[in-house]
Design a protein around this ligand. Structure first.
Ligand code: NOJ
Length: 779
């Protein structure tokens, strides 16, 4: 079969113009009208680009080398520590034109104050760019990214990023360090909570939705901000799940799994990239010319700017890749890094490196231009104060519309993992509930890590589960609350709160446990070697189980936990992640049946940490385990644990039931460049209206390299009323089946394929089709 290269080159402004005008000449009347207006808009774009280039060229001719290097310097403010004050050191840096961008600074008052210094008191008045980690909301906090991804609802995810941008922009922020698009398959790694999970297809779609949400259609609008694809690259595969650790992987794995979400952000128009902390195959990502120049610039055509992660240029010294900071600065610039986050090494060493001939003026000019372009595109040269706006901050931040949207996504993000005997939703007649656990009366644990400006110690708005349940239950239902247990690692043997919890449970018809991990146990620098419930929570659960009352576990954590005991002995389990500002109300919506859960896991839950890495699209091996022959010796399995996960990727229950028909294929044999449709009839056969995420997987049975047992290729979230049936149709094109073949060319191979449609990666209907070369039948 012919090779099909699917990577499409980015078309520059000039060639677009030529194509536009060329088509106009040949088009019929109505089409030509459309094309004329298309070429008009291309002309406008080109005019804008010319104006921008002229403006920046003019500005750069006035800049000294030091001022240019200043633009390449990003420093943190101390707002996170002491509130909105300006450090003396900063003031001096800003006034001398030694800093082009700041992060961790927000509020209109603070950002305007700093901006005035840059604009009114420096020689050239170049405005500052303000960045911040607006990860899952600014002040209205949405579920953590992994949780939001469990909604499989791209519109809701895009809207979440849109709202975050709107609030952040009003608060003076121009640039978010998001989306994080690292594929994450190791739950020991705390930053799995910031990811979209383990799957490439899902992560790509979510990455695009988030970039579009943050950046909108027009960067000049005062409610859109620059997005930043991070952490480039392969950070998610830190060895042993230990943060900042090395990654070592084949080029195939890099291209097939870890790079595609980054490429997807470029397709969505992302404007900045952040390098990662790790070394990849021996070369730190921040000094990695192959990643930054060959792939990002040359192959993908990225034309925004690249920032490092926090001091990651300096960290090339302990990595053993640079002798000292000066050496590291030279490596970074030569590799293609435009902006130094917090390391000050560009500021300290680039002038000397230039004088010594180790870097060039052209490199400094190029980086400066890329950064100034973004300031220009945001409209900062027209009005440097256009984002920070007290009035908009008052009207937009935490407004009802945003809170409602956060509650909506939070409900959509929750995954019902178990529901025996319809324990959930709670009966309308329930009169007493015990709410027990260290996460029940906590606001900080609702918003999770990276809640930034919306963290509970800055903002009192987050709704705890206790408040949410009380509000929904009303006066008639008695809520008996007891903290009962602790999630602190060191409290494993502490039983001091158990009696109170047992008394609360004894007085109640049903027990709701709010247990899991403290918010700071996930996120950056939060790796774990065990994935069980920390502290003495499991001991309390066991004590409560003896009461023989229905127990519902509301699980709050930023990673999959190993909850095999809970799965066996508790009645219901609801994975709530860290659901955000409206978390307590959103969980109550589900517990009381006001919302029917529809989330599906974006990541596999292992039975035990020893199974890690475990993800649904692994290879089959030459000796696959067959569950029908559990005692076979020489097969790929563990002696003491089943191969299967506790909960597979894509899994999630509903209060209703969905029936899948067999798959109908429009064709069972297609040629290269052809398409077919696969459809099923989906029926809501239960007693509630509900949404189902219908998932399409494909297996390429034989390839020039071994192929995964299954790969997600599409999904649709479908709403069905009780008794309703809908046909759900997927188009499968041969492009969808392309992969990196043995010679690393990208394309499809003829042969047989299995297609699966179903409710999770493990429960689905199956059919088969073939791709054949024009004249031959599949091998
Ligand atoms: C380090 C983190 O790795 C990165 O994700 C974040 O954006 C920066 N710190 C800035 O806070």
């Amino acid at each position: 079969m012919k090779n099909k290269t699917l990577g499409v080159a980015i078309v520059g402004g000039l060639s677009l113009l030529t194509i536009g005008l060329g088509f106009t000449l040949e088009a019929n009347h109505s089409a030509s009208k459309q094309l004329v207006s298309q070429s008009d808009s291309i002309l406008v774009q080109n005019n804008e680009a010319t104006e921008m280039n002229t403006f920046i060229t003019d500005l750069m001719t006035k800049m000294t080398i030091e001022e240019k290097i200043g633009q390449m310097n990003l420093l943190t403010s101390d707002l996170d520590v002491t509130g909105p004050t300006i450090r003396a050191g900063y003031k001096d840096d800003i006034l001398k034109g030694r800093v082009g961008a700041l992060f961790n600074a927000f509020t209109p008052e603070y950002t305007n104050r700093l901006q005035r210094m840059a604009v009114e008191e420096t020689r050239l008045g170049i405005p500052l760019l303000f960045g911040y980690d607006v990860i899952h909301g600014h002040k209205t906090i949405f579920p953590i990214s992994l949780g939001e991804s469990a909604s499989w609802d791209l519109d809701a995810i895009r809207k979440g990023a849109r709202i975050a941008a709107k609030e952040a922009a009003a608060d003076g922020i121009h640039w978010t360090f998001a989306p994080m698009v690292d594929i994450a398959r190791d739950p020991r790694w705390g930053r799995i909570s910031e990811s979209a999970g383990e799957d490439v297809y899902l992560a790509k779609e979510i990455a695009k939705a988030r970039v579009k949400g943050f950046q909108g259609d027009d960067l000049k609008a005062t409610d859109t901000i620059l997005a930043c694809a991070k952490h480039y690259a392969a950070y998610g595969q830190a060895q042993g799940g230990r943060d900042y650790h090395s990654t070592d992987m084949s080029q195939r794995e890099l291209f097939e799994t870890y790079l595609p979400p980054f490429k997807a952000t470029i397709d969505a128009g992302v404007t900045t990239f952040m390098t990662s902390f790790n070394d990849l195959n021996g070369v730190p990502a921040t000094g990695n010319k192959y990643l930054l120049d060959d792939i990002l610039r040359k192959e993908w055509g990225f034309d925004g700017f690249v920032v490092t992660d926090y001091t990651s240029i300096n960290e090339m010294v302990p990595h053993g890749f640079a002798e000292d900071n000066k050496h590291a600065a030279g490596i970074a610039l030569n590799a293609g890094v435009d902006m130094d986050m917090q390391g000050s090494v560009y500021h300290d060493h680039l002038t000397d490196l230039l004088n010594e001939g180790k870097v060039t003026v052209a490199q400094i000019n190029r980086a400066t231009r890329r950064i100034l372009e973004m300031k220009y595109k945001l409209g900062l040269f027209e009005d440097p104060y256009r984002y920070s706006n007290e009035e908009r901050a008052q009207s937009d931040i935490l407004n009802q519309e945003h809170l409602d949207a956060a509650r909506d996504v939070a409900r959509k993000s929750m995954v019902l993992l178990k529901n025996n005997d319809k324990t959930l939703p709670l009966s309308a007649d329930v009169k007493s509930i015990a709410l027990i656990g260290p996460l029940a009366n906590s606001k900080a644990d609702m918003v999770g890590s990276w809640a930034g400006a919306g963290h509970a110690d800055r903002d009192t708005r987050p709704v705890s589960l206790l408040t949410g349940i009380k509000e929904r239950a009303g006066e008639q239902v008695k809520i008996h609350y007891a903290k009962g247990a602790s999630y602190a690692f060191q409290d494993a043997d502490d039983v001091s709160g158990f009696d109170e919890a047992i008394r609360a449970a004894e007085k109640s018809e049903v027990i709701i446990l709010a247990m899991g991990e403290e918010w700071s146990m996930t996120g950056e620098a939060a790796s774990r070697t065990k994935l069980d419930m920390p502290g003495n929570q499991i001991a309390l659960m066991k004590a409560l189980r003896k009461l023989n009352k229905p127990i519902i576990l509301v699980l709050l954590s930023g990673r999959p936990l190993t909850i095999d005991w809970e799965q066996e002995y508790l009645d219901s389990i609801l994975m709530a992640w860290y659901p955000g500002t409206m978390g307590g109300l959103a969980i109550a919506d589900i517990l009381f049946g006001d919302y029917n859960p529809s989330g599906k896991l974006p990541v596999t839950f292992p039975r035990t940490v020893g199974q890690v890495p475990i993800y649904y699209n692994m290879k089959n091996t030459g000796r696959p385990y067959d569950p029908r022959q559990p005692n076979s010796k020489y097969v790929s399995r563990y002696l003491n644990t089943d191969n299967s996960p506790l909960y597979p990727f894509g899994f999630g229950l509903s209060y209703t039931t969905f029936d899948y028909s067999e798959i109908t294929l429009s064709k069972t044999r297609i040629l290269e460049n052809d398409k077919l449709t696969a459809s099923i009839n989906l029926t809501n056969s239960g007693n509630y209206d509900g949404e189902e995420v219908v998932q399409l997987y494909v297996r390429d049975r034989v390839g020039s390299v071994t192929r995964p047992v299954k790969e997600l290729k599409g999904f649709q979230k479908v709403m069905l009323k009780q008794g309703e049936t809908k046909t759900v149709e997927f188009e499968i094109s041969t492009d969808d089946l392309a992969f990196y073949r043995q010679d690393m060319s990208y394309g499809v191979e003829a042969g047989f394929f299995d297609v699966y449609i179903g409710t999770s990666s493990q429960q689905n209907r199956q059919a088969e089709f073939a791709i054949s070369e024009e004249t031959q039948s599949p091998h």
